[in-house]
Ligand binder design. Structure first.
Ligand SMILES: [Fe+2]
Ligand SMILES: [Fe+2]
Length: 137
């Protein structure tokens, strides 16, 4: 069971809510793995997780573009690298031992997400907040 903590919030309500959903999906994956569910169930949640992450990344990139965040390119590159690695892990999961591959995938997503949220995502929020504050005058 992965526990979402207040400290994971970056101060942007919409994005914090999406990160919370990502955690919920990771927890569903955890549950499926722990209950030794059939590989098909694990595959389904991995697919849902991948689709939601893809949506979330696009949403973040649109937000950064709208605010003319100067770090957009570097941030997007990190999203792309992550998606490439996720696809690779999903291919592995289809090939071999589903549960073992799902565990590897879960570990990878959790660690990457936490680091990414707390460092890379937090940075665009700082920028947007400062710009919003300046616009207020
Ligand atoms: Fe994010
Ligand atoms: Fe991001």
């Amino acid at each position: 069971m992965l526990v979402w903590e207040e400290a994971y919030k970056i101060g942007h309500d919409e994005m914090d809510a999406e990160h919370l959903i990502l955690f919920a999906l990771l927890n569903q994956l955890d549950t499926n793995i722990n209950n030794d569910m059939a590989g098909a169930c694990v595959g389904d949640v991995v697919r849902a997780l991948g689709a939601y992450i893809d949506y979330h990344f696009s949403h973040e990139e649109a937000l950064m573009r709208a605010w003319r965040y100067p770090g957009l390119e570097g941030h997007s590159a990190k999203h792309h690298e992550f998606m490439a690695e996720l696809s690779r892990l999903r291919r592995d999961a289809q090939r071999g031992d589903d549960l073992k591959a799902a565990l590897t995938l879960r570990g990878f997503v959790l660690e990457w997400l936490l680091n990414h949220i707390l460092e890379t995502d937090a940075d665009y929020v700082r920028f947007i907040s400062a710009k919003a504050e300046a616009l207020k005058g």
